[in-house]
Design a protein around this ligand. Structure first.
Ligand code: SAM
Length: 220
C-alpha cells in the first residue's frame, strides 16, 4: 500500500542530491535546476535511457508504482552510470502513485514534457476513473506543465487511444500539435520504439495510437 513508500511533502522536499548526485550537490539546496521531464508509469525505464543522452542537460524522472520494477530501473541507471562515466546522471526513478502524488513532486509550470506511454487500459466503464489520462487529472497535468509544455501519449489499445485523445481535445488548456510540429519533434519516434512495451507491440506487429498536445493559455 501507499504507506510503504515515502512521499515528499512538497516539491521543495524532493531530494535532488539523492536522485542526481553528480549534478546537484547536497549543499546546493537552492539550486535552480529542476526536474523538467516526467515519465509517468515508466515501467522498465527504456524511454528515460533514450532521452538521457538526447537531452543531457535536462533532469528527468520516471514514476512507477511497482516496487520491483522501480528497483530494476534504479539498478539499470546505476549500472549505466558506472560503465559510462559522466553520462546518465540526469535520469532517476521514484516509486510512487502518480495519480495521487504528482503535485508533491512538481510545482506550477515546472515541467516541459510529460510522457504517458502504453498506460494500463482499464477497459471496464466503472474503471475508467483509474485511467491516468482523465479530465480531472488533466487539470493537474496542466498545472505542472509550463505554457508550451508537451504531453505525449501512446497506446496499442484503440479505445484507450480515442479516450486519451478526446480528453485532451476537450480540455481548454491543451491543443494538438500539428502534423508539421510532430514531424519536427525528435521525441516522437521514441514513443513507439524506446520503451519495453512499445518494442513488444512492434514485435507483434501491433498498431499504435498517439495523442500529443501542448499546454496553452486559455483563450478569452
Ligand atoms: N511506459 C512503460 C512502457 O511503455 O514500457 C510501461 C507501460 S506498463 C503497461 C504501465 C506501467 O504503469 C506499469 O509499470 C505500472 O506499474 C505503471 N503504473 C500504473 N499505474 C500507476 C500509477 N498510478 N502511478 C505510477 N505508475 C503506475
Amino acid at each position: 500500500s501507499d504507506s510503504h513508500f515515502p512521499v515528499p511533502i512538497s516539491p521543495c522536499h524532493v531530494d535532488y542530491s539523492f536522485h542526481y548526485p553528480q549534478l546537484v550537490s547536497s549543499d546546493q539546496v537552492d539550486s535552480n535546476k529542476k526536474i523538467q521531464f516526467a515519465d509517468v508509469g515508466c515501467g522498465f525505464g527504456g524511454l528515460l535511457i533514450s532521452l538521457s543522452t538526447l537531452f543531457p542537460e535536462t533532469l528527468m524522472i520516471g514514476m512507477e508504482l511497482r516496487d520491483k520494477v522501480t528497483e530494476y530501473v534504479k539498478e539499470r541507471i546505476s549500472a549505466l552510470r558506472a560503465t559510462n562515466p559522466g553520462q546518465y546522471q540526469n535520469i532517476s526513478v521514484v516509486r510512487t502513485n502518480s495519480m495521487k502524488y504528482l503535485p508533491n513532486y512538481f510545482g506550477k509550470g515546472q515541467l516541459s514534457k510529460m510522457f504517458f506511454l502504453f498506460p494500463d487500459p482499464h477497459f471496464k466503464e466503472k474503471n475508467h476513473r483509474r485511467r491516468v489520462i482523465s479530465p480531472h487529472l488533466l487539470d493537474e497535468y496542466a498545472y505542472v506543465l509550463e505554457i508550451g509544455g508537451i504531453i505525449y501519449t501512446i497506446t496499442d489499445v484503440e479505445e484507450l487511444g480515442e479516450w486519451m485523445n478526446s480528453c485532451l481535445a476537450s480540455h481548454p488548456l491543451f491543443e494538438a500539435l500539428t502534423v508539421v510540429e510532430l514531424g519536427a519533434d525528435p521525441v516522437i519516434k521514441l514513443l513507439s520504439t524506446a520503451t519495453e512495451e512499445g518494442q513488444k507491440v512492434a514485435r507483434n506487429g501491433g498498431q499504435t495510437f498517439q495523442a500529443v498536445y501542448r499546454r496553452i493559455v486559455p483563450s478569452q
